[in-house]
Design a protein around this ligand. Structure first.
Ligand SMILES: *[C@@H]1O[C@H](CO)[C@@H](O)[C@H](O)[C@H]1NC(C)=O
Ligand SMILES: *[C@@H]1O[C@H](CO)[C@@H](O)[C@H](O)[C@H]1NC(C)=O
Ligand SMILES: *[C@@H]1O[C@H](CO)[C@@H](O)[C@H](O)[C@H]1NC(C)=O
Length: 438
């Protein structure tokens, strides 16, 4: 496990360093470093790089591009198939993806078979491509701000049935939707996080990552914690599927087990929309208990995960699934608990640094208690500063100061010198002018 984490970090760093040697260009509200776009704080919403596509039962396949703006009049939701009487689902993809990702398309099909919905597909692929993970993380704030504008226009219609579903980095985008709408004293009714992306988010403060304060109800599904997802609890309820790290059916030859496990989160969610038996989990008081087999399936204290998760559910739950679709196993019965396998599939001996009892399994300091403000890793990689303890704000700050120190003035081509003025707001936003003149 540790090896793989290091490997992924190295790849990311390699790409990152590569990117930095690339040409840097400034387009007024965006800096490009090679293929990676870094949105500056003066970039506005609506943003042509963040597209909202509507699907309803009237147009299950032909998506409608929706323009949302500062006011209802300037937006064109009213000329679309949007119906304020139907629930709203806003679905957000992650890093190096778009809304054509199979499990997200599956979720659309399941919803539209189930009933009438306004399904908004948010496509921000242009701002989150590979190999640009650090800039994708940085851009999540801006993507969240623009989605907040969509939510405000939806609220103009009186519709209060609003549910955000974010996969991977898309789950972290939901945090910024929430923090933006907080300025209007509005709290989103529900956010579902599907295997929230971990790198750069695990230790940041609450305003910079998905957590229970972001909606009236936050439910989270973990399927590839430690690698692509995060293991720490971040919702009112957190479901750990098959232990939350590696999913059954993802270890076969030719399959990338991490990628497969990560994608199972939206697979399970899509199935949950119409599942007749459902994904039921048993409660556990901590991950630590689970790892040591002190938390075996029980028919007491069950909870249902996925679309029909009840808003009163709280805590940490474990769920077993089948290795192939249909994944759901239904309610846990007393007879089924006897035949269940014991959960821990992680061998404690396989994890290095086996010294004190807990740190041996808790290699990332992620398994118990309050996980905030702990370093991600103690390795000595040169670029590790980009992978420890920082969310969008810090990475932005660090990154931009590095740029400044690299004689950025010389490198930057002023392609659009008379572009919009920078907005010089709080110090979370580092504007381009500041970098140059500081
Ligand atoms: C940026 O880097 C990529 C990969 O290293 C390379 O293929 C590309 O040509 C570079 N672009 C510029 C403008 O240097
Ligand atoms: C809304 O406006 C955008 C941009 O002007 C346009 O491309 C889109 O087709 C419009 N959508 C509808 C449903 O009218
Ligand atoms: C939000 O609530 C606070 C405190 O009640 C109030 O001062 C502020 O004006 C409100 N803001 C908006 C945009 O309604």
């Amino acid at each position: 496990m540790n090896y793989h984490i290091r490997f992924i970090l190295l790849i990311a760093i390699a790409f990152f360093v590569n990117g930095q040697q690339n040409e840097t260009t400034n387009q007024g509200d965006t800096i490009f470093i090679g293929p990676c776009a870094w949105v500056l704080s003066n970039r506005k919403c609506p943003d042509p790089d963040i597209k909202f596509y509507l699907h309803t039962r009237s147009n299950p396949d032909d998506r409608q591009l929706i323009h949302t703006d500062e006011t209802w009049e300037k937006s064109n939701l009213s000329s679309s198939f949007y119906n304020p009487r139907y629930p709203v689902k806003v679905i957000i993809h992650g890093y190096n993806s778009d809304m054509m990702l199979t499990p997200l398309i599956d979720a659309k099909r399941e919803y539209l078979q189930r009933g009438d919905y306004n399904l908004f597909f948010v496509d921000w692929a242009v701002l989150g491509p590979a190999p640009c993970y650090p800039s994708a993380v940085h851009n999540t704030r801006h993507v969240g701000e623009c989605i907040a504008q969509l939510i405000s226009r939806i609220r103009d219609t009186g519709n209060e049935d609003i549910h955000l579903v974010g996969f991977s980095l898309g789950a972290q985008v939901c945090n910024y939707v929430a923090t933006t709408l907080r300025n209007d004293n509005y709290t989103i009714p529900r956010i579902t996080g599907l295997d929230p992306a971990m790198p750069l988010f695990i230790t940041t403060d609450l305003d910079n990552k998905l957590d229970a304060s972001d909606a009236e109800f936050v439910d989270v599904v973990h399927t590839n914690a430690l690698v692509q997802g995060q293991i720490e609890r971040c919702g009112h309820v957190d479901f750990y599927l098959n232990g939350g790290i590696i999913q059954p059916g993802c270890s076969s030859f030719g399959v990338n087990p991490f990628q497969c496990s990560h994608h199972r989160a939206p697979d399970y969610f899509a199935e949950s929309i119409q599942s007749t038996i459902g994904f039921w989990g048993w409660k556990c008081q901590s991950y630590f208990y689970y790892l040591f087999g002190m938390c075996t399936p029980t028919s007491d204290m069950q909870a249902l995960a996925g679309e029909d998760c009840r808003k009163t559910t709280q805590g940490m739950y474990f769920i077993n699934t089948n290795a192939v679709s249909p994944f759901a196993m239904g309610r846990i019965t007393d007879s089924s608990t006897k035949s269940q396998q014991q959960p821990p599939q992680i061998s404690i001996n396989s994890i290095p640094h086996v010294d004190p009892f807990q740190s041996s399994i808790d290699i990332l300091g992620k398994l118990e208690g309050n996980f905030n403000n702990l370093p991600y890793s103690t390795n000595n990689y040169d670029e590790s500063q980009f992978f420890i303890n920082h969310g969008s704000d810090r990475i932005t700050h660090n990154f931009l100061s590095r740029l400044r120190h690299q004689n950025m003035n010389e490198q930057i081509k002023h392609k659009r010198p008379n572009s919009r003025q920078s907005r010089d707001d709080d110090n979370n936003h580092i504007t381009f002018n500041k970098i140059v003149h500081e």
